[in-house]
Design a protein around this ligand. Structure first.
Ligand code: C5P
Length: 227
C-alpha cells in the first residue's frame, strides 16, 4: 500500500477532527489540526491587544508574525499533538469561545495564512498524514491522494460545539454557539484568500444522520480504497 496525504475540509464543528484523529490512529498516520494553528495566532493577537470586539490592528499583527512560533508537541498520555505557542502549551486556552469569536478575522489575513500554510506543507513532506482544516484540499495539498469534505446542518454542528464547550466548563448559551458557528462559516467561505470551498475532486460526507461509528466505518472504507 501507498503512504498518502488525507485532506479533510469542511464547515466548523462537522466532526472533522474526531474522524481525522480516528483515521490517523487506525492508519498509523500523523494527525494535524490546522485550526489549532490559526487559533494560536489568534490567542497571541488577543493577548497583545491587536484584536478586540471593536477593532483589529492588522498591521501590528503582521509586524509581529516573525515573533510567533507555533508548533505541536505530542502528549504522551493521549498520543495527540498539542499546540505550543512561543514555548508554552496553550491547548486548553485556544478552544474557548472567545478565541473562536476572533479566529476567522485573523485567518483572513494573507500573511498569517502564508506563514501557517508553509509550516503545514513541511509537516506533510513525508506524507502519512491526516490534516483537517478549511483549505487543505484546495491550497495546502492540492495533490492530496484523498480529499474529504464534511458537512452537517448548522443545528447539528452548533449542538456538537455547545456540548463540547459545556463539558469544558465554559458558560455559554446554545444561541451564542450557533451564532458563532454560522458567523465563522460565513467569514471563512467569503474571505478573498483561500476561502472554504469543496475541492472539485473531494468526496462529500454529510454526517447529519450518521452515528460516529457509521461515519468512521464509511470513511475508513473510502480511505482503504485510496491506499
Ligand atoms: O477547525 P477550527 O474550527 O478549530 O478552526 C478555527 C478557524 O480557523 C476557522 O473557523 C477558520 O477561520 C480558521 N481556519 C482556516 N484554515 C484552516 C483551518 C482553520 O482558515 N485550514
Amino acid at each position: 500500500t501507498n503512504t498518502i496525504i488525507i485532506a479533510i475540509d469542511g464547515y466548523s464543528s462537522t466532526g472533522k477532527s474526531t474522524v481525522a484523529k480516528q483515521l490517523a490512529k487506525e492508519l498509523g498516520y500523523v494527525y494535524v489540526d490546522t485550526g489549532a494553528m490559526y487559533r494560536a495566532v489568534t490567542l497571541y493577537a488577543m493577548e497583545n491587544d491587536f484584536v478586540s470586539v471593536s477593532d483589529f490592528n492588522k498591521e501590528a499583527l503582521i509586524a509581529a508574525l516573525p515573533e510567533i512560533e507555533v508548533r505541536f508537541e505530542v502528549n504522551p498520555m493521549t498520543g495527540l499533538g498539542e499546540i505550543i505557542l512561543n514555548g508554552t502549551n496553550r491547548e486548553q486556552e485556544i478552544r474557548g469561545l472567545n478565541v473562536a469569536r476572533h479566529v476567522s478575522t485573523i485567518a483572513a489575513v494573507p500573511e498569517v495564512r502564508k506563514k501557517l500554510v508553509e509550516l503545514q506543507q513541511k509537516m506533510g513532506e513525508r506524507k502519512g498524514i491526516v490534516m483537517d482544516g478549511r483549505d487543505i484540499g484546495t491550497v495546502v495539498f492540492p495533490e492530496a491522494e484523498l480529499k474529504l469534505f464534511m458537512t452537517a446542518t448548522a443545528k447539528d454542528r452548533a449542538e456538537r460545539r455547545y456540548k463540547e464547550l459545556i463539558e469544558r466548563g465554559e458558560e455559554v448559551t446554545y444561541e451564542d454557539v450557533l451564532k458563532n458557528v454560522v458567523n465563522r462559516d460565513h467569514l471563512d467561505s467569503t474571505r478573498k484568500d483561500s476561502p472554504l470551498r469543496q475541492a472539485d475532486d473531494a468526496i462529500v460526507i454529510d454526517n447529519s444522520n450518521l452515528t460516529l461509528k457509521e461515519q468512521f466505518d464509511k470513511i475508513l472504507a473510502i480511505a482503504q480504497d485510496h491506499l
